[in-house]
Design a protein around this ligand. Structure first.
Ligand code: PAF
Length: 283
């Protein structure tokens, strides 16, 4: 497995691969990799001839009060995980390689990005799509892999790829959880032992909401109330949002019907965690 730091070098390697007819899979990440990322890499390795993983903490997708500086980083650990998972190349650029001085062009997103996390993090999805358009142009992958944990990101990326005609198949992969149910996240590392226990309230509360829907409830506000009440039983939890939206356009709905995304964001202490489930309701 190679680690490459410049755009020119990645381009050269990919060109060689493509001249041999290889299919290229791509897993974009911000590093501090865990089993969730590993599952994306394994899927890419199984579906493509070559797999590239980018590791880049993208400054333009963080708001001014967010955790850009403290975001966890450990390239040596990441290298091992990527190599164990069978990927061929890590692209690990410097910020100046991706954003030279006078960088002025940004992707603007609407609709799919306006609710949920987009409402709370106004620069976030524009920053994500800007960096992805750069990575997509540099790597020119055939397929790119994203976790369902960031459900809104997945919906935004699907729309962005369609709207801007990137010839890339976007593949969503299931949430990977700890044994006790907590969704894997690089940000879990911020939690102290007491907060780590408290964080279980996210998956537990979502399970209650899901049970309610499975029992026949179709009123989105009742499901939201059930989940919110459950989250509020945990004294370390502060609800940021509990929302029910359609899973394509990420618009709020009153009645649960079709493919529905139930998504939450919750502060446990100072750490903001997200989790969700998708449910298809035909009646
Ligand atoms: O999901 C992430 O880690 C990031 O948002 C991504 C897709 C790598 C873009 O920086």
């Amino acid at each position: 497995m190679e680690l490459v730091r410049t755009i020119n070098e990645v381009r050269k390697i990919v060109k060689e691969w493509k001249s041999k007819g290889y299919k290229v899979g791509y897993v974009p990440t911000m590093g501090y990799l865990h089993e969730g990322h590993k599952s994306l890499i394994l899927k890419s390795v199984s579906e493509n001839d070559k797999t590239i993983v980018s590791i880049f903490v993208n400054p333009i997708q963080f708001g001014p009060t967010e955790d850009l500086e403290s975001y966890p980083r450990d390239i040596e650990r990441d290298k091992k995980l990527v190599s164990d998972a069978g990927a061929d190349l890590i692209f690990y650029p410097e910020v100046s390689e991706m954003y030279p001085s006078h960088f002025t062009t940004l992707v603007n997103t609407k609709e799919v990005s306006e609710n949920l996390c987009g409402a709370k993090r106004p620069v976030h999805f524009g920053g994500v799509c800007t960096v992805l358009s750069k990575f997509f142009n540099i790597i020119t992958p055939d397929r790119a892999y994203f976790g369902q944990k960031d459900a809104q990101q997945l919906a935004v990326v699907k729309r962005f790829v369609r709207d801007l005609n990137f010839d890339i198949e976007i593949i969503g992969c299931p949430i990977i959880r700890e044994d006790d149910g907590l969704a894997k996240s690089s940000r879990n590392t911020y939690l102290n032992p007491e907060e780590r226990k408290a964080a279980l309230i996210l998956s537990k509360s979502l399970a209650k909401g899901k049970d309610l829907i499975l029992a026949g409830e179709r009123d989105a506000n009742k499901v939201i109330k059930c989940i919110t009440d459950s989250l509020n039983t945990e004294k370390l939890a502060k609800v940021d949002y509990v929302s029910v939206v359609d899973n394509e356009n990420i618009q709020y709905i009153d009645t649960i019907k079709g493919e529905v995304l139930v998504a939450i964001a919750v502060y446990i202490g100072k750490t903001r965690l997200i989790d969700n489930f998708i449910i298809k309701v035909e009646d």
